[in-house]
Design a protein around this ligand. Sequence first.
Ligand code: ATP
Ligand code: MG
Length: 388
Amino acid sequence: MYDMILLKQGEIVLKGLNKKAFEQKLMANVQRRLRPFGPFRVYTIQSTVYVEPQSEAADMDGAFEALKSVFGVVSLTRAAACAKDADAIAQKAMEYLAPAMRAAKSFKVESRRSDKRFPMTSIQLSQYVGGLLAEAFPDTRVDVHHPELTVELEVRDLAAYVHSDPCPGAGGMPVGSNGTAVTLLSGGIDSPVSSWMIAKRGVRLIPVHFYSFPYTGVAAKEKVEALTRELSAWCGHLRLCVVPFTHIQEEIRDKCPEEYFTILMRRFMMRIADRIARDNRCGALVTGENLGQVASQTMQAMAVTEEVCTLPVLRPLIGFDKEEIIRLARRIGTFETSILPYEDCCTVFTPRHPELRPSVEKAREAEAALDVEALVEEAVMGTEYGKL
Ligand code: ATP
Ligand code: MG
């Protein structure tokens, strides 16, 4: 008889006909996430995913922590197992929920029976256990309408389970249920957060990093690899693509007007990302751009950079304040890595006076000196793919 973990599904519940497919994605993602923690059985009944350890070797604490970052789960609870006997259930509730019962001013008990041979009805069981809990914790009163704490009892095939208010899950939709996108991942604060936000909507990600060796050193690449690993805790395994960007930047520096350096560089990034995205059947590109943050993130500049794309460009941080982005970066665990010192390729050839109102025509003119197709091809061909 083992404790188990219950996961409440989020928006999947609304998905009507697609529900089965969504559920299967979620269960597969849960299974994969549980792999390092031992043998578990995973199944779904009525929008709840049940995670049952299959042996003593299963690490329940580790599993519970890991499941907090699975998208598609709105809340999760650890349920304590006991014998299918009303007194054993009451005893278990008193022990297991003692801290919560002491903290709450009011409570109620709710029961469910999937084993209909259990000698009490759900209501009788709730009343019985509720009465014993009220005696054991005299400072808490029963309130069936607005309780601070809800004690949940479940009588199932193998055992009975006791649990209480769940803790919040990652929310969103199961990764893989909403297609695939390329995310442009720099070593900064913003792009790991924008990647996370789109993964949360159920999108599988392919991170792409533009690397300007030797202008940006190996440390810069390792930083992006570290961010990719940190994102993997939420998004599942990610395969980082590292695009050699030095030649393109040198060409722009040598042949184009300085005030267009940044814009042209960004157009190349978007072209290459778009090409990698189409080669991998992706439906969109994701960036960490944020309106007005820097000269290259004005509306005009975004119009000029996205003009070279065939796929939609998703910018989930567009309306965020820096404070909000930082708060999210801390929550998802990428902030500390993002603030490590490094040089981004964008900062290598920064124009003294960037064009604040760039136009597509002028950008095209400025690019006329370059063999755009050949440069894109060379970068795509030189791209290194991380481990599958
Ligand atoms: P970030 O914190 O994500 O680096 P930022 O505020 O520094 O963003 P920019 O440097 O202008 O903004 O970059 C805007 C977006 O372009 C980034 O969020 C990222 O999506 C993409 N980007 C910038 N540099 C790179 C790079 N070297 N490799 C991949 N993507 C990049
Ligand atoms: Mg940056």
